[in-house]
Design a protein around this ligand. Structure first.
Ligand code: ZN
Length: 303
Protein backbone atom coordinates (compact mmCIF):
# COMPACT_ATOMS: atom_id res chain seq x y z
CA UNK A 1 0.00 0.00 0.00
CA UNK A 2 2.73 2.36 1.09
CA UNK A 3 4.85 1.54 -1.96
CA UNK A 4 1.92 2.11 -4.28
CA UNK A 5 1.25 5.54 -2.78
CA UNK A 6 4.88 6.50 -3.27
CA UNK A 7 4.77 5.42 -6.89
CA UNK A 8 1.54 7.34 -7.52
CA UNK A 9 2.85 10.65 -6.24
CA UNK A 10 5.11 11.71 -9.13
CA UNK A 11 2.44 10.62 -11.63
CA UNK A 12 -0.18 12.83 -9.99
CA UNK A 13 2.27 15.70 -9.89
CA UNK A 14 2.73 15.57 -13.65
CA UNK A 15 -1.00 15.62 -14.51
CA UNK A 16 -2.00 18.38 -12.11
CA UNK A 17 -2.10 21.76 -13.79
CA UNK A 18 0.82 23.89 -12.72
CA UNK A 19 -1.35 26.54 -11.02
CA UNK A 20 -3.97 24.21 -9.59
CA UNK A 21 -5.44 25.74 -6.47
CA UNK A 22 -8.27 24.70 -4.15
CA UNK A 23 -11.41 26.73 -4.83
CA UNK A 24 -12.25 29.49 -2.37
CA UNK A 25 -14.72 28.27 0.29
CA UNK A 26 -17.67 30.68 0.49
CA UNK A 27 -20.49 30.27 3.04
CA UNK A 28 -23.60 32.20 2.02
CA UNK A 29 -26.37 32.62 4.56
CA UNK A 30 -29.18 31.79 2.11
CA UNK A 31 -29.81 30.50 -1.40
CA UNK A 32 -30.12 33.85 -3.22
CA UNK A 33 -26.74 35.10 -1.97
CA UNK A 34 -25.24 31.69 -2.77
CA UNK A 35 -26.42 31.93 -6.38
CA UNK A 36 -25.04 35.47 -6.72
CA UNK A 37 -21.68 34.29 -5.36
CA UNK A 38 -21.61 31.43 -7.90
CA UNK A 39 -22.43 33.80 -10.76
CA UNK A 40 -19.53 36.07 -9.77
CA UNK A 41 -17.08 33.46 -8.49
CA UNK A 42 -17.52 30.84 -11.23
CA UNK A 43 -15.06 27.97 -11.03
CA UNK A 44 -12.83 29.79 -8.52
CA UNK A 45 -15.30 29.26 -5.64
CA UNK A 46 -17.29 26.53 -3.91
CA UNK A 47 -20.37 28.02 -2.30
CA UNK A 48 -22.42 26.56 0.54
CA UNK A 49 -25.92 27.94 1.12
CA UNK A 50 -26.63 27.50 4.81
CA UNK A 51 -30.38 28.12 4.52
CA UNK A 52 -31.20 26.06 1.45
CA UNK A 53 -33.91 26.07 -1.23
CA UNK A 54 -37.50 26.67 -0.10
CA UNK A 55 -36.44 27.30 3.51
CA UNK A 56 -37.24 30.43 5.53
CA UNK A 57 -34.20 32.25 6.96
CA UNK A 58 -36.14 34.39 9.47
CA UNK A 59 -36.93 31.41 11.72
CA UNK A 60 -33.97 29.17 10.82
CA UNK A 61 -32.12 27.31 13.58
CA UNK A 62 -28.43 26.71 12.83
CA UNK A 63 -27.02 23.21 13.28
CA UNK A 64 -23.46 22.47 14.52
CA UNK A 65 -22.42 21.73 10.91
CA UNK A 66 -23.57 25.25 9.93
CA UNK A 67 -21.42 26.74 12.68
CA UNK A 68 -18.44 24.84 11.22
CA UNK A 69 -19.21 26.08 7.67
CA UNK A 70 -19.25 29.67 8.90
CA UNK A 71 -16.13 29.27 11.01
CA UNK A 72 -14.07 27.64 8.24
CA UNK A 73 -15.15 29.67 5.20
CA UNK A 74 -12.69 32.04 3.54
CA UNK A 75 -15.66 34.35 2.95
CA UNK A 76 -19.00 34.54 4.78
CA UNK A 77 -21.81 36.33 2.93
CA UNK A 78 -24.82 37.63 4.79
CA UNK A 79 -27.76 39.82 3.89
CA UNK A 80 -27.76 41.72 7.18
CA UNK A 81 -30.59 43.91 8.57
CA UNK A 82 -31.68 41.14 10.94
CA UNK A 83 -32.60 38.77 8.09
CA UNK A 84 -30.36 36.10 9.65
CA UNK A 85 -30.74 36.33 13.44
CA UNK A 86 -29.30 32.78 13.62
CA UNK A 87 -26.10 33.92 11.85
CA UNK A 88 -25.71 36.93 14.12
CA UNK A 89 -25.82 34.48 17.04
CA UNK A 90 -23.18 32.23 15.38
CA UNK A 91 -20.87 35.18 14.67
CA UNK A 92 -21.35 36.38 18.25
CA UNK A 93 -20.32 32.97 19.59
CA UNK A 94 -17.16 32.44 17.52
CA UNK A 95 -15.01 34.46 15.15
CA UNK A 96 -14.79 33.02 11.63
CA UNK A 97 -11.40 32.53 9.95
CA UNK A 98 -12.46 34.41 6.84
CA UNK A 99 -13.97 37.79 6.23
CA UNK A 100 -17.66 38.57 6.66
CA UNK A 101 -19.35 40.63 3.95
CA UNK A 102 -22.80 42.18 4.35
CA UNK A 103 -24.53 42.33 0.96
CA UNK A 104 -26.79 45.25 1.94
CA UNK A 105 -23.86 47.47 2.95
CA UNK A 106 -24.54 51.09 1.82
CA UNK A 107 -28.03 50.18 0.55
CA UNK A 108 -30.78 52.82 0.70
CA UNK A 109 -33.23 51.44 3.26
CA UNK A 110 -36.98 51.50 3.59
CA UNK A 111 -38.93 50.73 6.75
CA UNK A 112 -40.47 47.33 7.21
CA UNK A 113 -44.18 46.87 6.75
CA UNK A 114 -46.92 46.78 4.13
CA UNK A 115 -48.76 50.05 3.48
CA UNK A 116 -51.98 48.84 5.15
CA UNK A 117 -53.91 51.31 7.29
CA UNK A 118 -52.79 50.16 10.74
CA UNK A 119 -51.00 51.58 13.75
CA UNK A 120 -48.13 53.30 11.96
CA UNK A 121 -47.78 55.85 14.71
CA UNK A 122 -45.93 53.45 17.03
CA UNK A 123 -42.17 52.98 17.32
CA UNK A 124 -39.96 53.41 14.25
CA UNK A 125 -40.26 50.49 11.85
CA UNK A 126 -37.11 48.35 11.54
CA UNK A 127 -35.34 48.44 8.15
CA UNK A 128 -36.66 46.02 5.53
CA UNK A 129 -34.01 43.37 4.79
CA UNK A 130 -35.49 42.08 1.48
CA UNK A 131 -33.34 44.28 -0.80
CA UNK A 132 -32.91 41.64 -3.53
CA UNK A 133 -36.55 42.11 -4.56
CA UNK A 134 -35.43 45.27 -6.40
CA UNK A 135 -33.05 44.48 -9.26
CA UNK A 136 -31.39 47.88 -8.85
CA UNK A 137 -30.49 47.08 -5.26
CA UNK A 138 -29.45 43.57 -6.35
CA UNK A 139 -26.74 45.24 -8.46
CA UNK A 140 -25.36 46.68 -5.21
CA UNK A 141 -25.41 43.18 -3.68
CA UNK A 142 -23.33 42.05 -6.68
CA UNK A 143 -20.79 44.84 -6.16
CA UNK A 144 -20.49 44.09 -2.44
CA UNK A 145 -19.99 40.36 -3.10
CA UNK A 146 -17.49 41.16 -5.87
CA UNK A 147 -15.46 43.32 -3.48
CA UNK A 148 -15.55 40.57 -0.84
CA UNK A 149 -14.32 37.95 -3.31
CA UNK A 150 -11.50 40.18 -4.52
CA UNK A 151 -10.40 40.89 -0.95
CA UNK A 152 -10.46 37.18 -0.06
CA UNK A 153 -8.78 36.05 -3.31
CA UNK A 154 -6.86 38.91 -4.99
CA UNK A 155 -5.43 36.53 -7.63
CA UNK A 156 -8.96 36.14 -9.04
CA UNK A 157 -9.70 39.86 -9.20
CA UNK A 158 -9.94 40.01 -12.98
CA UNK A 159 -12.32 37.03 -13.16
CA UNK A 160 -14.53 38.44 -10.41
CA UNK A 161 -14.64 41.89 -12.05
CA UNK A 162 -15.52 40.47 -15.47
CA UNK A 163 -18.21 38.16 -14.10
CA UNK A 164 -19.72 40.86 -11.88
CA UNK A 165 -19.81 43.35 -14.76
CA UNK A 166 -21.58 40.84 -17.04
CA UNK A 167 -23.98 39.88 -14.24
CA UNK A 168 -24.94 43.51 -13.50
CA UNK A 169 -25.56 44.02 -17.21
CA UNK A 170 -27.97 41.03 -17.24
CA UNK A 171 -29.74 42.37 -14.15
CA UNK A 172 -30.17 45.77 -15.84
CA UNK A 173 -31.82 44.08 -18.85
CA UNK A 174 -34.07 42.10 -16.49
CA UNK A 175 -34.96 45.30 -14.62
CA UNK A 176 -36.08 46.98 -17.86
CA UNK A 177 -38.17 43.90 -18.71
CA UNK A 178 -39.87 43.95 -15.27
CA UNK A 179 -40.71 47.65 -15.72
CA UNK A 180 -42.21 47.01 -19.16
CA UNK A 181 -44.26 44.07 -17.86
CA UNK A 182 -45.64 46.04 -14.90
CA UNK A 183 -46.39 48.99 -17.19
CA UNK A 184 -48.70 46.71 -19.19
CA UNK A 185 -51.01 46.42 -16.15
CA UNK A 186 -53.52 49.26 -15.59
CA UNK A 187 -52.28 51.31 -12.64
CA UNK A 188 -55.37 50.74 -10.49
CA UNK A 189 -54.89 46.98 -10.77
CA UNK A 190 -51.28 46.86 -9.57
CA UNK A 191 -52.13 45.19 -6.26
CA UNK A 192 -51.04 41.83 -4.90
CA UNK A 193 -51.81 39.89 -1.74
CA UNK A 194 -49.02 37.61 -0.59
CA UNK A 195 -47.76 35.86 2.54
CA UNK A 196 -45.36 38.12 4.42
CA UNK A 197 -43.85 41.57 3.96
CA UNK A 198 -41.11 40.46 1.56
CA UNK A 199 -41.91 42.65 -1.43
CA UNK A 200 -41.54 46.19 -0.07
CA UNK A 201 -38.55 47.03 -2.27
CA UNK A 202 -40.26 45.47 -5.29
CA UNK A 203 -43.29 47.64 -4.48
CA UNK A 204 -41.17 50.77 -4.24
CA UNK A 205 -39.09 50.05 -7.37
CA UNK A 206 -41.85 48.89 -9.68
CA UNK A 207 -45.00 50.62 -8.42
CA UNK A 208 -46.99 47.63 -7.19
CA UNK A 209 -48.90 47.62 -3.88
CA UNK A 210 -48.42 44.50 -1.76
CA UNK A 211 -50.71 43.49 1.07
CA UNK A 212 -49.62 40.76 3.44
CA UNK A 213 -51.46 39.22 6.38
CA UNK A 214 -48.17 38.23 8.01
CA UNK A 215 -45.53 40.72 9.00
CA UNK A 216 -41.80 40.36 8.64
CA UNK A 217 -41.57 36.87 10.10
CA UNK A 218 -43.33 34.29 7.91
CA UNK A 219 -44.12 32.25 10.99
CA UNK A 220 -45.99 35.15 12.62
CA UNK A 221 -49.72 34.69 13.27
CA UNK A 222 -51.95 37.48 11.97
CA UNK A 223 -55.03 38.32 14.04
CA UNK A 224 -58.53 37.43 12.83
CA UNK A 225 -59.21 41.18 12.64
CA UNK A 226 -56.21 41.71 10.32
CA UNK A 227 -57.40 38.91 8.03
CA UNK A 228 -60.96 40.28 8.07
CA UNK A 229 -59.69 43.74 7.09
CA UNK A 230 -57.70 42.27 4.19
CA UNK A 231 -60.72 40.28 2.97
CA UNK A 232 -62.85 43.45 2.96
CA UNK A 233 -60.12 45.41 1.19
CA UNK A 234 -59.63 42.68 -1.44
CA UNK A 235 -63.36 42.68 -2.19
CA UNK A 236 -63.74 46.48 -2.20
CA UNK A 237 -60.73 47.05 -4.47
CA UNK A 238 -61.47 43.98 -6.61
CA UNK A 239 -57.93 42.63 -6.12
CA UNK A 240 -57.44 39.52 -8.24
CA UNK A 241 -53.81 38.63 -7.49
CA UNK A 242 -53.26 36.45 -4.42
CA UNK A 243 -50.20 34.24 -4.09
CA UNK A 244 -48.64 31.70 -1.78
CA UNK A 245 -44.93 31.91 -0.99
CA UNK A 246 -42.43 29.10 -1.30
CA UNK A 247 -41.17 29.24 2.28
CA UNK A 248 -44.26 30.49 4.14
CA UNK A 249 -47.12 28.32 5.40
CA UNK A 250 -50.02 28.41 2.88
CA UNK A 251 -52.78 27.96 5.49
CA UNK A 252 -53.50 31.64 6.21
CA UNK A 253 -53.49 32.70 2.56
CA UNK A 254 -55.68 29.81 1.51
CA UNK A 255 -58.20 30.76 4.17
CA UNK A 256 -58.00 34.42 3.15
CA UNK A 257 -58.54 33.54 -0.52
CA UNK A 258 -61.52 31.39 0.35
CA UNK A 259 -63.13 34.10 2.51
CA UNK A 260 -62.56 36.74 -0.16
CA UNK A 261 -63.78 34.46 -2.96
CA UNK A 262 -60.40 34.66 -4.73
CA UNK A 263 -58.43 32.02 -6.56
CA UNK A 264 -54.81 31.48 -5.46
CA UNK A 265 -52.64 32.26 -8.48
CA UNK A 266 -49.60 30.17 -7.64
CA UNK A 267 -46.45 30.48 -5.58
CA UNK A 268 -44.04 33.39 -5.51
CA UNK A 269 -40.40 32.95 -4.51
CA UNK A 270 -39.78 35.52 -1.82
CA UNK A 271 -36.85 34.68 0.47
CA UNK A 272 -35.43 31.48 -1.05
CA UNK A 273 -34.82 29.92 -4.45
CA UNK A 274 -36.39 26.68 -5.64
CA UNK A 275 -34.52 23.41 -6.01
CA UNK A 276 -32.51 23.04 -9.24
CA UNK A 277 -35.40 21.36 -11.07
CA UNK A 278 -37.96 23.97 -9.90
CA UNK A 279 -39.03 27.22 -11.57
CA UNK A 280 -36.62 29.50 -9.66
CA UNK A 281 -33.22 27.81 -9.30
CA UNK A 282 -31.33 31.10 -9.76
CA UNK A 283 -32.01 34.68 -8.69
CA UNK A 284 -32.60 35.75 -12.30
CA UNK A 285 -35.02 32.85 -12.90
CA UNK A 286 -36.78 33.73 -9.65
CA UNK A 287 -37.42 37.35 -10.68
CA UNK A 288 -38.66 36.25 -14.13
CA UNK A 289 -40.89 33.57 -12.63
CA UNK A 290 -42.46 35.93 -10.08
CA UNK A 291 -43.22 38.68 -12.60
CA UNK A 292 -44.56 36.15 -15.13
CA UNK A 293 -47.09 35.02 -12.51
CA UNK A 294 -47.88 38.48 -11.14
CA UNK A 295 -48.78 40.26 -14.37
CA UNK A 296 -51.73 38.14 -15.65
CA UNK A 297 -53.00 37.75 -12.07
CA UNK A 298 -53.09 41.54 -11.53
CA UNK A 299 -54.88 42.03 -14.83
CA UNK A 300 -57.51 39.53 -13.70
CA UNK A 301 -56.94 37.23 -16.67
CA UNK A 302 -58.15 33.66 -16.20
CA UNK A 303 -55.58 31.48 -14.44
ZN1 ZN B 1 -38.78 37.57 4.54
Amino acid sequence: MHRRALLATPFLATIRPARAQAPLAVAASFSILADMARQIGGARVTVTAIVGSDVDSHGFQARPSDAASVRNAALVLRNGLNFEPWLDRLLGASTPRGRVVTATERMALRGMGAPVPADRTGPRRPPDPHGWQDLGRAALYVSNIEAGLIAADPAGAETYRDNARAYRARLAVLDAWVRAEIASVPEARRKIITGHDAFGYFAEAYGVTFLAPQGMAPQGEPTAAAIGALVRQARAERISAIFLENATSPAILERLAQEAGMQVRGRLYADALSVATGPAPTYEAMMRHNVTLMVPAMRGNAA
